[in-house]
Design a protein around this ligand. Structure first.
Ligand code: AMP
Length: 287
């Protein structure tokens, strides 16, 4: 496995390996602090492609001014061991200066990809203005840098996956976007790099997020199809948390639905207290 931070060097190395191996290039974009959720994406990518690239980049343009950009966990040594073991060909770990131009650092501005208002002005996008512009921009840059054929994203970030699929359609990227299942801890907490912020108390409080989702799924399977009833049930279970949103949307369009008569998603964002500061967690389930 080669660890590369420079864009031109990565391009050269991919070209050389492609000439040797041929076949498909798969990309797994991450922000690092890798866990089993990321590894499942990497394993799927390894199984389906000749060349596997994992990127680790904490992308400044997708963090708001009061978010955790500075304190986001950075564990590149452990990440590289995991990638090596998983058979990754290239670990692309650039610094912001490798990725963004001098113009960006001088003017705090860059060309951005802005997804449609209707899909970003809800759920995570509502409390994180500009977040999905940053996500789409870095993902498009990674697509252009790697010239990948397939890219792998987790269903844990369901709105992100939806927005990226739309971006690929709207901008004619010749890339297959593959959504991979949510990987959970044994007690059902969705794996997340931000779980490292949680102490025991916060972690057990956070369990009510997945508890609410699984209860709602159980009720849905019993035939309850009114979103309001299901949302009330979830909110009752999450009384100990600061819930940012609990919504039910169509899996196909991401529009909110009152009565579930098609494939749907319940999505939750909630904050838990950890020693006076707040950790924001997201999770979702197909209904
Ligand atoms: P992140 O490093 O948080 O930006 O995540 C990188 C990729 O891993 C994204 O596509 C996430 O959706 C995916 N991912 C993160 N956590 C999980 C999980 N628990 N299960 C499946 N995919 C995940």
């Amino acid at each position: 496995m080669k660890i590369i931070s420079n864009v031109e060097e990565l391009r050269r190395e991919i070209k050389a390996l492609k000439a040797e191996k041929q076949g498909y290039i798969g990309l797994v974009p991450t922000m690092g602090a890798l866990h089993k959720g990321h590894l499942s994406l990497i394993e799927t990518c390894r199984a389906e492609n000749e060349i596997v690239i994992v990127s680790v980049f904490v992308n400044p343009t997708q963090f708001g001014p009061n978010e955790d950009y500075d304190k986001y966990p950075r564990t590149i040594e452990a990440d590289s061991k995991l990638c090596e073991k998983a058979g990754v060909d290239f670990l692309f770990a650039p610094s912001p200066k490798d990725i963004y131009s001098e113009y960006y650092f001088k003017n705090k501005e860059t060309t951005l990809i802005c997804p449609p208002y209707e899909v970003v002005n809800k759920l995570c996008g509502k409390s994180r203005p500009g977040h999905f512009d940053g996500v789409c921009t870095i993902v498009a840059k990674l697509f252009n840098i790697t010239k990948c054929d397939r890219a792998y994203f987790g269903k844990k970030d369901a709105q992100q996956l939806f927005i990226i699929k739309n971006m690929v359609r709207d901008l004619n990227f010749d890339i297959d976007i593959i959504g991979c299942p949510i990987i959970r801890e044994e007690d059902n907490l969705a794996m997340s790099s931000r779980n490292t912020y949680l102490n025991d108390e916060a972690r057990s409080a956070a369990l009510n997020i997945s508890k609410a989702l699984f209860k709602v799924k159980e009720l849905r399977e019993k035939g309850i199809n009114e979103s309001a009833t299901l949302i009330d049930t979830a909110l009752t279970i999450m009384q100990n948390l600061e819930v940012e949103y609990t919504e039910i949307v169509s899996l196909e369009t991401f529009e909110n639905i009152d009565i579930i008569d098609e494939k749907a998603l319940m999505l939750i964002a909630a904050k838990v207290n950890v020693n006076g500061s707040k950790v924001r967690l997201i999770d979702n389930i197909e209904l």
